[in-house]
Design a protein around this ligand. Sequence first.
Ligand code: ADP
Ligand code: ZN
Ligand code: ZN
Length: 748
Amino acid sequence: MEGNYANIIVDISHEKVDRPFQYKIPEKLKGKIEAGTCVQVPFGKGNKLLKGYVIEVTDRVEYAVDRLKEIVRIEEGAVSAEANAIKLAWWMKTTYGSTMIQSLKTVLPVKKEVRQLLKKTIKRLAGKEEILFERNEAARKHQTAKERLLTELLEMEELPYELVTGKLGVSPATIKSLERQSLIKIQTQNYYRNPVKIENTQGEKKILSSRQQQIVDAVLSDHDQGQTGTYLVHGITGSGKTEVYMEMIDGMIKRKKASIVLIPEIALTYQTLMRFYRRFGDRVSVMNSTLSNGEKYDQFERAKKGEIDVIIGPRSALFTPFPQIGLIIIDEEHENSYKSETMPKYHARETAIEIAKMHGASVVLGSATPSMEAYYRAKTGEYKLFTLNERLTGGKLPLVHTVDLREELKQGNRSIFSEKLTQLLEERLENKQQTMLFLNRRGYAGFVSCRACGLVMKCPHCDVSLSEHKGGRLVCHYCGYEQPAVNKCPSCGSKYILGFRAGTEQVEEQVKKQFPQARVLRMDADTTKKKESYEQILSAFANKEADILVGTQMIVKGHDFPAVTVVGVLLADLSLHVSDYMAAERTFQLLTQAAGRAGRGRQPGEVVIQTYQPEHYSIVHAAEQNYEAFYEAEMCYREMLSYPPAAHMMAVQIMAKEEEKGEALAEHFSGIIKEEYKDRAAALRLSVIGPAKAGIGKINDIYRFVFYVKCKEYKYLTQMKDKLEEEIFTLQLKNEMVQFDFDPMNTF
Ligand code: ADP
Ligand code: ZN
Ligand code: ZN
């Protein structure tokens, strides 16, 4: 590509991002212009000179060439936040495959309306004694939201309004009632003219253990020497990772640099938030998915103006336009939510590393169960690895019982609760201790297994579980292999070979039937649809308003319930046999997290893992809480079948209104790759799998096909993507769409 033309946006703060204008690059500027370059261009009828940003350099003429105007000159000066954002968008587009506009929209918040930036806070008016009295009153009356707010006000004189209504889960009505009692005042200020400084309560600060201090020192001293890199902190929950993060952030503030902290939304409880807030006061800002675009924009403006030093949020917080970023922290780095599900399908980890390169910043990843990807890179030396393996608040590791459900069947127990779990549940109900029942259902898990011997029906080519589809056909979600339903176990001949369909609702019903005296709460996607219900259920359970909490993954992420002494995993196999290559990894993570929920208080905890495959390595090593052993076993499987991180994988998804057209396109595109690489396939360890109908073959009358390409090196996959993008452009597709997903974390 020569690069004769440039697509330029002239007003980046507005919705005009949708409408780039094309300009000719004059001879003297050729080769000097790239995505992100700020230029002067003539605009409109009067050819007024305007500042614009190049978003793309291309040879594709999109308008009549003779009517294109020329770029006048390159605007010199410091690199602006916009230029950085465009560079990043370009990187995302080329790395993950999407249009430049899609990428730009991901990294640049678009201002929709112009409004006054206001800051609302809740200020304590009454004295501490009065607040304390009212707090105790609220506690006595079980007004938990009110109690939470008053507790925080005992320590902090002022709290951001959004924090209180958001994470603290206090309703505006409750706040109003406190205002009427003259306990508090709601105040509104203009952000910029009147920034309030809340004194940093450094009293929150803990004296770090020598291990914690070593990590902080290593990262900061590398940073000071300009040897910034990526670090992985492998530490069990409660081992002091958050304390380490805060100390590093503090170090960055002293160096006048900003920090970005990514925490999955589901794990970002108000306790965690308050810890950051108490330590850094209003230099911290929080972002979450409930913010409107306008609110997000406000936050970004504050960051740009240097009014905050720290932003905490889910993956989109990465794009906060701080002038100078020193540190990006990704807590619970193994979480799925760090991968975008819409184009560009970027991963926060890789994107953070790219942003860090632009700023000379450091990246710190943390997890109790690191992703295979991150641990692999730590092992190969690409990341630096630190380990924290002691729980600072005491608490022993729980006692884990693995129950073989095949044996239960033999004993004639058809209930969803094994004998062991039943016994423990009864004991706990008697002793007024709490239990969590966990159903690790994830996605579409229609696997078929034998209740007598544990055999799971698998694809002979991909070594992943086959999914049961309508009519009983068994299908592989990678290669499309299909076979008819079986009514007899091919291994032991038992007729108890069936598909699995279990839901939290059924579990709740069963609990009520079998333990009528128990008070039960349920938490899943259905019961948490409303904005505050998630926090409400959690706080009700924390306040011991129930004996048993039944739920999905949501209940095992990062919450501390000291009174929980038993955790039951009802069917570990549910996440184990989802038909994708990450099933074992997810199972190990979920089981380890679930086990970590038991016995956080003084009483030791017990965990019951019910399964038809007690010998599976993910279950064995989770029961032992042995990460290293799991990693080694899982890596063998990934190596053998060239799944990431042993190799890279690209999913190409084709969506079409007409089924035949979709199928033909999928054949055509995969054919291009097969043909182009046929001689080099062995050398590059390249293979094309499929095409096949997607797992869910039709959504909203759009047919979906997919094929996968595995390859040792990422760069060949992006080359293939570029080639396909060219072809897509040439074909001028109207009713079809193609999406790419690199190192996909889901099957399609
Ligand atoms: P993680 O993020 O790994 O779950 P935290 O940083 O939340 O761990 O620490 C767990 C608990 O231990 C918290 O209550 C925290 O206040 C406490 N803690 C962490 N580091 C120290 C320390 N150096 N001294 C005393 N307490 C600590
Ligand atoms: Zn069998
Ligand atoms: Zn297959």
